[in-house]
Design a protein around this ligand. Sequence first.
Ligand code: SF4
Ligand code: SF4
Length: 271
Amino acid sequence: MHEHAFIHLCQPDAGKSCGACCGLYNWADSSAESLVERLKSRTRRFQGMVRGLDDIPSFSEATKSAEDQTKRYEEIYCCEYLGFLDDEEKRVGCLLHPLRNGGTDMRDVSFYGKELCAGHLCPSYHYISDAEKQALIHILDDWYLYGLCLTDIDLVKNYFRLISEGVYEMPPPSRFEGGALREIARRFFSFKISWPFRNDAANRFGKYYFDGSQYMISRIDYAALGCGRSRFDAIFLSLCSEFRKGEEVRRAEDMIQANIDAFVASYQNVD
Ligand code: SF4
Ligand code: SF4
């Protein structure tokens, strides 16, 4: 990829894509299995029902009545037009997009409208560097984890900072194309799903929670746990951690540190 080429985070390659800003992860049950079912049945319904713009309202009605509408945050819209773009169900995306509909852009009917949907670039475009974007695209190869991690700017920036400090440079993105480094980095980002200290009941996206009218940043009360603020505090918040005792904080720190150490050791071995 050319150094200054625009990196299209939404649809980076044939193997994955992101649908986070269409409300993908705002369903109360946003597990991978549940989202796959939701997107699968919508896409099938769309293919069966929609021949043109006139069919959209009945598609929308049918989808809303068929699906569980329980959200995490009522204030965040969950769009019913997000589905799978390809037969292999590797890419999530907009069923109203002109590329899917013989050139007709049907996004005017959506809640946000065509202008917003087509022009939206989320903060990740701005805050994540080109090298970090390219590395992430190499590391993650499924839409579910990709969209979850890509939109967690703190997690991404903190991880790349920590490994860069360990190896005294930002690893060139090509180092993540395969092999041990990619595996180790992928294990880290998979914590987003498998983190043992995750508090699911907190109903949060990363470190934010919704308190009626505004996002509040959550905090970990280290004093109550009898320890100081962890050096991995930002990562813990991204992973929605809740600790019951200080010993859990230490175990969690060991897990993060072990991943960084493994990365650093492996980085030096290869070169
Ligand atoms: S959250 Fe960002 S990367 Fe994901 S689809 Fe939206 S604009 Fe694209
Ligand atoms: S209509 Fe807009 S919000 Fe809905 S899936 Fe398409 S791009 Fe996303």
